[in-house]
Unconditional design. Sequence first.
Length: 365
Amino acid sequence: MKGALVLGRLGGIEIKVHWTFSLLLIWVLFSTFKQGGDTAMALFNTILVLVLFFCVVLHELGHSRMARRFGIQTRSITLLPIGGVASLERMPEKPNEELAVALAGPAVNVLIALLLLFVVPLGTYQGFTAAQWEQFFATPSLDAFLVYLLMANILLVLFNLIPAFPMDGGRVLRALLGFSFNRAKATDIAARLGQAVSFIFLILGLLFNPFLVIIAIFVFFGAYTENKMVQQDYQLRGHLIREALLTDITLLHPTDPLQKAIETILKGTEKDFIVSLDGKVVGLLLNKVILENASQPERPIEDLMVREYPVLEPDSGLKEAIQLMASHQQKFIPVLQGETLVGAISSENISEFILLKAGLKPATP
């Protein structure tokens, strides 16, 4: 994810924080001072938010550990103002596996809440009036900190189990629907329900709390994106790379100047190129690199080409191509039959293939 700072690794997984997370801390400080809080209260609230987000990291690690049991690795965990995102190399497709992975995150928060129950003397606060609670939370103390943390973890469980993508509850709903429907149908039902929930958040946000408006937008587009990805995946099943293979491609030589690639782009529709030497693929010249170095058209391509890249075979599935592009963050991959180059596959061409297949599909009454 762009704009994310790497904090380190935990359990072999890269932990990142997005720059927008700083906006949350600024908002916490602003709200504290606006409500008449002093420096001690501001520090208290800041530490509370940081510890709470450590609980969020543990939540995402719960997902990651369970996913690993099914052979799915996690690339990273990124902290955002609205929570954390675990970047799995792929999503579990079997309903029982997705159900286990989805529930593993909230289960961590349940465990944290149960542990806090052994520490927080709840009996002491029985019979507290509203005024006493207000005074209790307005004074920085270890007891107030632990009660806040207990309440926050309970709310995290309840919030995450709302049946709306991209929250855990949406994945739980899809998993349960998956026992009766195929994945595409289950996702469509869960996504539509999630978007309906987003409108409820929107209305509540406009009436009571603007932060709910942000959540509404997040849920709406999260559901849309998830549904689009799964429907695309479903359409690609059973189709091979050779069906969407790019064969009319320009091969560049390592000693060619960058100008040759620039001229080819301007004359046609190609954006990325395969670099070959003596009939063998030796590198890729990607569009991003071309644009970044367009002011130096005389530079030889061998100085700019990528020397490590994935390859595919023509009889591999298009779904495999999508997964490989996602895992390597590369949208253009050479296709080889043995050691012989037969073409290339790009995310753009796969998208066109899907559109054409959808257009050619016979209408149903």
